[in-house]
Ligand binder design. Structure first.
Ligand SMILES: [Zn+2]
Length: 342
């Protein structure tokens, strides 16, 4: 085979230059999976790039406290490097005026990635919450929208099986609403994973129970959460589509507001869906003592609240978290309606 055929465009060449060469991953062994390669990439990037080196080192010393919020375990992490994300300006004007930091052309020179299905670049997140934290932007600069992308999310979670994949809606914590991206963090870090397996699944109420899928919810209403579990990708896609179309779309929103967490384990996908109604809680905008710089996203809903400011870490209480979850989640009445109509 010669090199004739499809010509590589300049654009493609630039993207390919952001790709890591296998031989640069010192811990690479023949037969490694994509998940192994992603772990090797994180090592390589920490060893060769100062920004993640510093932030992953700092992460080892971050303070964490644990709170019980209506029986749910919630950790609070004081993580000052997350100020960039928590305070990100995501209004249309600010987005238009800034350089997109997820476009391949604008990635820092040291940043390298793994290609996923010629559609996404798997990158180390240089501002970690997890000890292994990835950002997974689409190669193309295109809006952050989940419809027609959930299949990619399911495939990512199967390929990156050491990680939980998450999606933040454009007004639900995503700091780049104009550039489609997922994130991934090492399994076992968010309390919800273990709590779901060991505690909540047994108490959960089935909303849909079919041979190929269950959709369930917790009894009562803490905050809106639906959990889809299936070995069948198409069943998850079909039921997610149904949930998606039943959810309200608020004025000026491009899609129903939501956060998603997804993992693949022993042949089964678990997809946690958190329908939302508000981007940032009242406390985010409050003055003085009432202020809490918290902009909840998937990881917070998975049970790790991130406070970039020490004052907030010290004072935040279980009651504050309960109040914030109540403000941002789909209302109890709307959630009941959704469950009834499924
Ligand atoms: Zn972009």
């Amino acid at each position: 085979m010669g090199v004739a055929g499809k010509k590589t465009t300049q654009q493609e060449i630039r993207i390919m230059n952001k790709e890591i060469k296998i031989e640069e991953l010192s811990s690479y062994k023949h037969g490694d999976t994509l998940s192994d390669l992603a772990l090797a990439l994180i090592k390589q990037q920490i060893a060769s790039w100062e920004l993640p080196a510093r932030n992953y080192q700092a992460l080892q010393g971050v303070e964490v406290k644990e709170l019980k919020v209506s029986g749910l375990t919630m950790k609070v992490q004081f993580n000052s490097s997350r100020i960039v994300s928590s305070s990100a300006k995501v209004d249309a004007k600010s987005i238009r005026e800034r350089k997109c930091f997820l476009c391949s052309d604008h990635l820092p020179q040291q940043q390298k990635g793994l290609l996923f299905e010629d559609a996404y670049l798997i990158l180390v997140n240089p501002f970690p919450i997890f000890t292994k934290h990835l950002t997974i932007p689409a190669l193309k600069h295109t809006d952050q929208l989940i419809r027609f992308r959930l299949g990619d999310m399911l495939e990512l979670s199967r390929s990156l099986y050491d990680f939980v994949i998450f999606y933040n809606g454009p007004k639900c914590g995503a700091s780049a609403p104009d550039h489609m991206h997922f994130q991934a963090g090492n399994k076992g870090f968010m309390p919800l994973e273990k709590d779901w397996d060991q505690l909540y699944r047994a108490q959960a109420v089935p909303v849909v129970s079919q041979p190929d899928i269950t959709v369930s919810r917790l009894p009562g209403y803490h905050h809106a959460m639906l959990v889809l579990e299936s070995e069948d990708k198409n069943a998850i896609l079909a039921w997610f589509e149904k949930i998606y179309t039943l959810l309200p779309v608020l004025q000026d929103e491009p899609e129903p507001m939501m956060n998603l967490l997804c993992r693949y384990e022993e042949g089964t996908w678990t997809l946690w869906v958190f329908p939302r109604k508000l981007h940032r809680p009242r406390q985010y905008f409050a003055e003085g003592d009432d202020n809490l710089l918290i902009s909840p996203a998937s990881v917070d809903l998975g049970g790790v609240f991130i406070t970039p400011l020490e004052k907030d870490f010290r004072k935040i209480s279980a009651a504050d978290i309960e109040d914030i979850l109540g403000q941002i989640s789909l209302d109890a009445a709307d959630f009941e309606e959704l469950c009834k109509n499924l």
